[in-house]
Design a protein around this ligand. Structure first.
Ligand code: UDX
Length: 456
């Protein structure tokens, strides 16, 4: 490894994130891991949701001006926005690469692109730079995305209400209700985006995953059969000692919640957060609020401003709700999530099952209450509840009585014991895979050798 580091010294890698929290974080963590292996790091990014260069003084940052403004970005959903980026960033990226390659006598080893930025494949070919893809989501959901054309051929798409409980052939244990959908004005746009990014992944020089072999071995084995490019499951990124140390947060975490957690009993608190994109209705918000209160468990709730459709922040709460809450609950706009999940007072994570949240929960041995919303989240939730058996799903209409029941089932009843045991076993596996001889450790070793061999 040390010898590899000497060889990699000064060799440049350019990386480009998709500009969403759940994508920026793993890409910057990967960049930090590669930097620790001796590579020089350049990050090319949109001005919209720009990462903070001051958190990474050892990286070089290049914004792609003219690609997309904040005002434009705020008007469209994530699928549409990704499409816009794939069109508008072509020219600015070409100009940026021309400038960067002019300055680089030694050349660039490779371009690491978020999988969603499929346009980078053709640009890299034009510039003669090998492209490696970072897939920030899990391998199991990727396998489902890769099956989209066949799912359509077999009539699963568009998803029909009457078939929700039907098993999906060839993709056990998924049912039709677990298939990824994206609530959009144009559902076809999501399908096309997925097919396009899968196709461009197949042309790349390799795919990196923020997962580990022991967690998703069956999906990874299948992907190795279906894709002819090398596959590197080298996660969990945030558990590498260096990668978790810098802030990748676009919002400022409210650290006062840690002092509140310090005052709570061991494993009693339910931490609630639905990530950086999911939005809920006012009615759902109120059911969640009352379900939490009625469960009689202490809770920490991260409610991002804008989460409740039509409201700035907490306005829909009935008057007196917060005053009556007292010490039983603590609400913040954005939590230091990794620190929260590590806290001994946290006994469960009520999550939307974004991949980062799912992985972070597994790595800290925290059982999940799964409430997926769109895209890969439904698949992650299914794996958490039915395959890894580290969580319970909140299904059907969101209703306070059901919420109370599910929280109690996990936190108070015996049923939670098996789940707690399973998640602690996975936590141990996540630790072991990063140690010398572990699966992710070895795949990282191969990845570094592969990157060095790509350099022309
Ligand atoms: C998006 C998609 O919604 C998700 O389905 C996909 O898997 C990744 O991209 P997001 O919804 O933001 O991601 O969820 P997630 O992947 O869980 O990422 C959220 C990140 O924000 C996590 O790293 C989490 O630690 C962090 N976070 C979230 C905080 O630091 N504080 C918070 O209060 C909430």
């Amino acid at each position: 490894m040390e010898q590899q580091k000497e060889i990699a010294k000064g060799h440049k890698i350019i990386l480009m994130p998709s500009p969403f929290q759940g994508h920026i974080t793993p890409l910057l963590q990967l960049a930090t891991i590669l930097h620790s292996k001796g590579f020089s790091i350049t990050i090319v990014h949109t001005v919209f949701n720009s990462p903070n260069p001051s958190s990474y003084p050892h990286f070089t940052f290049h914004p792609l001006h003219g690609a997309l403004s904040d005002t434009e970005a705020s008007k469209v959903d994530a699928v549409h926005l990704t499409e816009v980026i794939n069109v508008r960033c072509v020219q600015p990226l070409k100009e940026c690469l021309t400038m960067l390659l002019d300055k680089e006598d030694d050349g660039v080893c490779c371009f690491v692109s978020d999988a969603a930025l499929y346009f980078t494949q053709a640009v890299c070919v034009e510039f003669g730079i090998p492209r490696i893809v970072l897939r920030t989501g899990g391998a199991s959901s990727f396998l489902v995305f890769a099956s989209f054309p066949i799912l359509r051929e077999k009539g699963y798409f568009p998803v029909q209400e009457s078939r929700m409980e039907e098993a999906v052939e060839d993709l056990p244990p998924l049912k039709v209700k677990d298939l990824p959908v994206f609530q959009s004005k144009e559902p076809e746009a999501f399908y096309k985006l997925v097919c396009r990014f899968i196709d461009e992944c197949k042309k790349s020089s390799g795919i990196i995953w923020n997962t580990f072999e022991e967690l998703e071995s069956s999906a990874l084995t299948k992907l190795r059969q279906d894709f002819s490019v090398p596959i590197y499951p080298i996660g969990p990124f945030h558990k590498y000692s260096l990668a978790g140390s810098n802030s990748t947060s676009l919002l400022t975490p409210d650290k006062t919640c840690i002092s509140w957690l310090d005052k709570q009993e061991h494993k009693r608190v339910v931490y609630v957060s639905f990530g950086s994109i999911v939005a809920i209705s006012e009615a759902e918000f109120l059911e969640i609020a009352w379900g939490l209160v009625n469960s009689n468990q202490p809770f920490l709730w991260a409610i991002r401003p804008g989460t409740i459709r039509g409201s700035e922040w907490l306005e829909p709460l009935p008057s007196g709700f917060l005053e009556n809450l007292g010490e039983r609950g603590y609400i913040v706009k954005w939590a230091p999530q990794e620190q929260v999940l590590k806290h001994p007072a946290v006994g469960a994570f009520w999550t939307h099952n974004g991949w980062n949240s799912t992985l972070e929960s597994v790595c800290e041995g925290v059982p999940m209450i799964c409430m997926p919303s769109f895209g890969d989240q439904k698949i992650n939730a299914k794996y958490a509840s039915d395959v890894w058996k580290v969580g319970v799903q909140l299904e059907g209409k969101l209703e306070r009585g059901e919420i109370e029941k599910v929280i109690r089932k996990l936190m108070v009843g015996d049923e939670g014991n098996e789940i707690r045991e399973n998640v602690m076993n996975l936590k141990e596996k996540a630790n072991v895979c990063l140690k010398e001889g572990g699966s992710s450790y070895s795949f990282l070793d191969s990845l570094v050798s592969e990157i060095l061999s790509l350099k022309s």
